[in-house]
Ligand binder design. Structure first.
Ligand SMILES: [Zn+2]
Length: 173
């Protein structure tokens, strides 16, 4: 299942590339990239239920720049430019994840309980903020993308990747 033909899919070498930071005064580049991300998330949200939350990194649209957007039903879109993880909990928790670049699979992924992130917001203001729980998980997944990392890299055994149909049946039980 491919969510949208413009989303780069597993096997595309760009997904393993390292995204470059934006110049802080590249307002046009930043705005164009954030608009592309939010535009695509708007589209895929109409095609699939993302009530748990969602996110996308620019590399998934073929743009090797450090931009990502996360979305949660309770807080809406949040935009991150040049995001870097500057701290994280030693404690981790494990939960199911999917990725729009291989959407027909789900995997159980351990991630830190909280992360501290340094980033520029959509207005170019530098921020350092701590994120917890679901937001930490989604943002960690997206920042990983900017470093060429996929969630399967964190799994104990990537062979545990489950087909979405089997996953849905498991969740219905
Ligand atoms: Zn992903």
């Amino acid at each position: 299942m491919i969510l949208h033909e413009n989303i780069r899919q597993l096997g595309d070498p760009i997904l393993r590339g390292k995204s470059e930071p934006f110049e802080a005064d590249d307002y046009i580049g930043i705005q164009k990239t954030l608009n592309a991300l939010i535009g695509m998330l708007d589209i895929v949200h109409q095609r699939y239920d993302f009530s748990w939350g969602s996110g996308m990194a620019a590399v998934q649209l073929g743009i090797l720049k450090q931009a990502c957007v996360i979305w949660l039903p309770e807080s809406g879109y949040e935009q991150f430019i040049n995001a870097q993880i500057v701290g994280q909990s030693k404690e981790t928790n494990t939960a199911w994840e999917g990725c729009m670049s291989f959407f027909d699979k789900r995997g159980q992924v351990p991630r830190p309980n909280w992360i501290e992130v340094e980033y520029l917001d959509e207005k170019g203001v530098m921020k350092t903020e701590r994120f917890e729980d679901k937001k930490a998980r989604i943002l960690h997944h997206e920042i990983d993308h900017t470093n060429g990392v996929l969630y399967t890299d964190h799994m104990d055994d990537p062979k545990d990747l489950m087909d979405i149909e089997a996953y849905k049946k498991l969740k219905q039980r």
